[in-house]
Design a protein around this ligand. Structure first.
Ligand code: T3D
Length: 260
């Protein structure tokens, strides 16, 4: 049983809800532990083919709980806190071979924005916004923002957001390619779930390998990227789902992918 998050599964989709609404779902150590555990569960569960990450109440996530920072003082180093707490979660989100949709229901600030960026896809409420709040409290970007944000919006926009700590509203985030879709607040949960169900019907192995390839390819020379694609295609090409996809096409019917 979790106390700081909710974890629900339906229709081959696991929905994780950050659930400390009184503090805009600010992240404390218990939430880090529970989120890590939930991601591991979703990763292991073969019935889960897609994840949705969202927030309870009016915010997605306000980043690290600043009251906790003040209370802990210098008792733990910032580097260790990140290495033990946030970094494994962001790495897990990027490595888990299932799509993660961020359903961004409100403000995503600091490490909360990093969590949103670590999703594969983002659908945002019209009320959502994004803030690289780190600089506003005299800190630097962490939890992957320095890496993930420029890849989504380009260096100049990412740098501007990072050094000013200004709010990026959902419509602008859509124009910049930071979110895929913007919907009315009351439609967000259903839109995210419907999208996740759609993705869950895709061949899971192929989807997972696509995520693996797209995580790695940006750091490779073209020859290495081509070879990596060939390696992954060898794996995908041996799946029953590949044979089902080809058969369904030739028989003019919809494929049913079993994840095998
Ligand atoms: O080692 C390490 O852990 C380092 C890691 C650092 C990672 C980080 O994430 S650093 C950045 C931390 N986050 C922030 O600096 C954001 C702080 N919050 C805000 O700037 C604002 O709350 C928002 C812009 C996100 C939203 O503003 P607004 O006006 O809509 O709401 P509010 O009134 O400021 O907040 C509502 C309540 O949530 C309020 O509590 P109250 O007065 O009703 O009792 C506020 O204190 C609380 N809250 C919001 N964010 C946090 C928080 N409490 C603790 N920590 C927060 N991050």
């Amino acid at each position: 049983m979790y106390e700081t998050i909710l974890y629900e599964t339906a229709d081959n989709v696991a929905t994780i809800t950050l659930n400390r609404p009184n503090v805009l779902n600010a992240v404390n150590d218990q939430m880090l532990a529970e989120l890590g555990d939930a991601l591991n569960n979703a990763g292991r569960d073969t019935n889960v083919r897609c994840l949705v990450l969202t927030g309870a109440g009016r915010a997605f996530c306000a980043g690290q709980d600043l009251a906790d920072i003040q209370a802990r003082g210098q008792a733990i180093s910032y580097a260790e806190h990140l290495r033990q707490g946030y970094n494994p979660i962001i790495a897990r989100m990027r490595r888990i071979e299932k799509p993660i949709i961020g359903a961004i229901n409100g403000v995503a600030a600091g490490a909360g924005m990093s969590l949103a960026l670590a999703c594969d896809l983002r659908v945002a409420s019209e009320k959502a916004s994004f803030i690289q709040s780190f600089v506003n409290v005299g800190l630097v970007q962490d939890s992957g923002s320095s890496c993930l944000l420029p890849r989504l919006v380009g260096y100049a926009r990412a740098f501007d957001l990072a050094v000013t700590g200004q709010k990026l509203e959902a419509p602008q985030a859509l124009t910049w390619g930071l979110v895929n879709r913007v919907v009315k607040p009351e439609e967000l949960a259903e839109a995210a779930h419907a999208w996740a169900v759609e993705l869950a019907l895709q061949p899971p192995k192929a989807v997972g390998l696509i995520k693996r390839a797209m995580n790695r390819a940006p750091w490779l020379e073209i020859e290495a990227a081509l070879d990596y694609e060939a390696q992954l295609q060898e794996i995908a090409g041996r799946t029953a789902d590949h044979r089902e996809g080809v058969a369904a096409f030739l028989e003019k019917r919809k494929p049913v992918f079993q994840g095998k």
